[in-house]
Design a protein around this ligand. Structure first.
Ligand code: DQA
Length: 147
């Protein structure tokens, strides 16, 4: 069966391309999602993408994994990285393996961005590599054996 990967994008990532381009670059979210879908299909895998500005919608999308599981999740929780126990708990509840991605190097920015509610339960963290971070996360997601 085709490997299934869910890519979750948190708040304000729908503005990529016109949001603080000196920090987040000029690539749009559609560009990122298209590249991921193309790479996945070349590997006979399926990528599903979901962006929301609402914490509840993201929690509900993650909860759906209990009935419709995927093999791996790639998530950029955006600002919810630093605030959302609820989204962390939803991921924990599903026990899904996931990589946390950030476009910017959060550790080189304001101190409030240095703490994440996700990193300690993630398989790994990629930050500061721009859109390529998602591509590298996908390469791992395609190869991940759960070990
Ligand atoms: C971000 C970093 C977060 O601190 C910020 O709130 C975002 C984007 C990133 O991709 O660099 O919205 O997750």
């Amino acid at each position: 069966m085709a490997r299934r990967i869910l890519v979750l994008h948190g708040p304000n990532l729908n503005l990529l391309g016109r949001r603080e381009p000196h920090i987040y670059g000029t690539t749009t979210l559609d560009d990122i999602n298209r590249k991921l879908a193309d790479r996945a299909s070349a590997a006979n895998a399926v990528v599903d993408t979901f962006q929301s500005n609402s914490e509840g919608d993201l929690v509900e999308r993650v909860q759906r994994l209990l009935d419709n599981p995927v093999d791996f999740v790639i998530i950029n929780p955006a600002a919810f990285t630093h605030t959302s126990v609820a989204l962390r708990d939803a991921l924990s509840a599903t026990r899904v393996r996931f990589i946390e991605v950030h476009l910017s190097n959060v550790f080189g920015r304001e101190p409030f961005r240095h703490h994440s509610y996700f990193t300690d339960i993630a398989v790994g963290l990629i930050c500061g590599l721009g859109p390529r971070g998602y591509e590298l996360a996908l390469e791992h997601a395609l190869a991940d054996t759960g070990a």
